[in-house]
Design a protein around this ligand. Structure first.
Ligand code: ADP
Ligand code: MG
Length: 237
């Protein structure tokens, strides 16, 4: 079943007296448990597309239907609820709160949920266990490496077990070893929880983990391929 359906999506941004078309007639569907890379050069529309799927922005024309909700038709309150309950975000720059500890940064994602303290603690500790950071719960972000910060961000995005996780260049600031660790963690969560992951990336290292690769070019889908890893495992991607 499709959990994301994008039909004839157009996104235009006002620029000067005219418009810049960042997405131009995009049609895509995503099913449950997909692990997809959205690739393409800088400026091709990756972030714009993730923002619309994540209900942080709205279509100019066409539609994006996420978990049966049409993004264009949601009120602010409804889109906040959709994000809060069902969508996790991971950003290139981690976006951790510097004055809070690792534990508090992850817990923060649950504060708007109707959960008691015991349940919340259990969920936070489980999420930190997924990313292998239970020994750092009291550390603040400035005491952590880039890879560890990104693992906290993954824990924060996953703690509410969202159906969809959107990651915008999640490995852009990481070295190769940390990038692989991050991807292996997400791969494991994808398999265990059936979370749908969509990664915007132009990092070659990310590609070989993907089960599907969608290439964007000038705001349009240029290519959309399913990757069969048993056939491509000998290929150098
Ligand atoms: N708020 C905005 N106003 C004007 N132009 C924008 C805005 N956001 C993005 N764009 C333009 O849309 C294009 C696609 O941007 P983006 O989705 O960020 O690309 P990518 O993430 O693939 O690098 C770029 O040319 C960018 O300059
Ligand atoms: Mg971008």
């Amino acid at each position: 079943m499709a959990i994301i359906e994008i039909n004839n999506l157009v996104k235009k941004f006002p620029v000067g007296k005219g418009f810049f078309t960042a997405l131009n007639d995009v049609n895509l569907t995503f099913g449950e448990g997909e692990f997809t890379g959205l690739v393409g050069p800088s400026g091709s529309g990756k972030t714009t597309l993730l923002n619309i799927i994540g209900s942080l922005d709205t279509p100019s024309e066409g539609s994006a239907v996420v978990l049966e909700k049409s993004i264009a038709e949601l009120t602010h309150k409804q889109s906040a609820k959709l994000r809060n309950q069902h969508i996790g975000f991971i950003f290139q720059t981690y976006n951790l709160l510097p004055v809070y500890t690792v534990y508090e940064n992850v817990e923060f994602a649950l504060l708007l949920q109707n959960m008691n303290g015991t349940e919340r603690k259990k969920a936070v500790m489980q999420a930190l266990e997924w990313v292998g950071l239970t020994d750092k719960i009291k550390s603040k972000p400035n005491m952590l490496s880039g890879g560890e910060c990104q693992r906290v961000a993954i824990a924060r995005s996953m703690v509410k077990k969202p159906q969809i996780v959107l990651a915008d260049e999640p490995t852009a600031n990481l070295d190769s070893k940390n990038s692989h660790h991050i991807l292996q963690t997400m791969e494991k969560l994808n398999e265990e929880l059936k979370t749908t992951f969509i990664f915007a990336t132009h990092d070659e290292k990310v590609m070989k983990y993907m089960k599907r690769i969608i290439s964007l070019k000038d705001g349009q889908v240029d290519n959309d391929v399913q990757i069969n890893h048993s056939e491509t495992s000998n290929l150098k991607l």
